[in-house]
Design a protein around this ligand. Structure first.
Ligand code: GLN
Length: 332
């Protein structure tokens, strides 16, 4: 069997289960993974025979695809904004929509940094500080750390599995992140160290660096706002936003395999995470800071209105499919 036979084989076994275009992209991912080659190299070697080791893995991959397991979990990896990331069950597979959110932030912050230019740097302007709430695999935090050089990126999640994977993905991409355990739904100010679970725990890195205009603070004080020691220039989040009631109409590979905790919200309160994020951002952003969130396409106006309670300037933006998909809010 030669490389170019893969699509034929996948089509024979998965024909009724996946649309043609998906079979084709699965074929590409499988070939890249098995051969360790970039797509252009795979294409140049299309007539090459699979070596026994490569061939022996194909049957197992197909058996799992038949059970609707996402190809990204089967291969243990995915690509996000041009970066390779590890993924595994328990942590959400990053989506194309989220790449668009990241792209918005990188372009907006990139031009701000440029406008600041040499003068800003000469004045010793502080490093851009970014917080990702609910980092999952670390996709957003890692792409921002990579493409906003000099930024200090803090990645947070309530899930230990997510924080572990974020660390692995940061290492894989040779990037440094500050990683913290954060329960964004925990009411602020009610939880003190030594009184049960602290909503914020520093796992790795340091929340504030001495000598950068901010005082070092004990780990739990990262919750302090602009009047305290830690505040951010950018807060970003892709929180859970799919109402439970939509579960029955979703693809099996999502519902059966991806973490419920990362996807779904109660039908009677679908915006609960945005309320918590808006409130947190309102008190933790620097005066010219911005908060960016991914949203449910059918809750665009409702979510924007929620942010309008906290921020003067709220923009709703569509994704490439023309659906309301993201919001940026700031005070200015
Ligand atoms: N966009 C994802 C999906 O459709 C949902 C991600 C999320 O809930 N944040 O599966």
């Amino acid at each position: 069997m030669i490389y170019s036979d893969i699509n034929k084989l996948l089509r024979e076994t998965l024909d009724n289960l996946y649309p043609d275009h998906e079979i084709e992209s699965i074929g590409r991912l499988v070939l890249e993974h098995l051969t360790g080659m970039a797509w252009v190299q795979v294409r140049l070697n299309y007539g090459k025979e699979f070596i026994p080791d490569e061939k022996s893995q194909i049957g197992g991959i197909i058996a799992r695809l038949i059970k609707h397991e996402p190809i990204q979990y089967i291969l243990g990896e995915t690509e996000f904004y041009g970066l390779k990331l590890k993924v595994r069950p328990g942590v959400l597979i990053p989506r194309g929509e989220t790449e668009e959110l990241v792209d918005w932030i990188i372009k907006a912050q990139g031009s701000r940094l440029k406008a600041q230019g040499k003068e800003g740097r000469a004045e010793g302007k502080k490093r851009l500080r970014v917080l990702d709430i609910g980092c999952g695999s670390g996709a957003i935090a890692i792409a921002l750390a990579k493409y906003l050089p000099g930024a200090e990126v803090v990645a947070s999640d309530i899930s230990e599995e997510a924080l572990q994977l974020t660390q692995e993905n940061a290492t894989l991409n040779h990037l440094e992140l500050t990683i913290i355990s954060l329960d964004i739904l925990s009411p602020q100010g009610t939880c003190h160290p030594g009184e049960g679970r602290d909503p914020v725990t520093l796992l790795r890195g340091s929340p504030c660096h001495p000598g950068e205009g901010r005082d070092p603070v004990p780990d739990h004080d990262i919750r302090q706002g602009v009047n305290g020691s830690c505040s951010y220039d950018v807060i970003v989040s892709n929180p859970p936003y799919v109402p439970m009631g939509e579960m029955t109409s979703m693809d099996l590979h999502v519902v059966d395999y991806e973490p419920v905790q990362a996807l779904f919200v109660p039908d009677n309160d679908p915006l609960l995470f945005y309320r918590a994020i808006a409130e947190f951002a309102a008190t933790h952003l620097n005066p010219d800071g911005q908060v960016y969130v991914e949203i449910h396409d059918r809750l665009g106006e409702e979510t924007a209105n929620l942010f309008r309670k906290w921020f003067k300037n709220v923009e709703l933006r569509k994704d490439i499919h023309g659906k309301d998909r993201m919001i940026r809010a700031h005070h200015g």
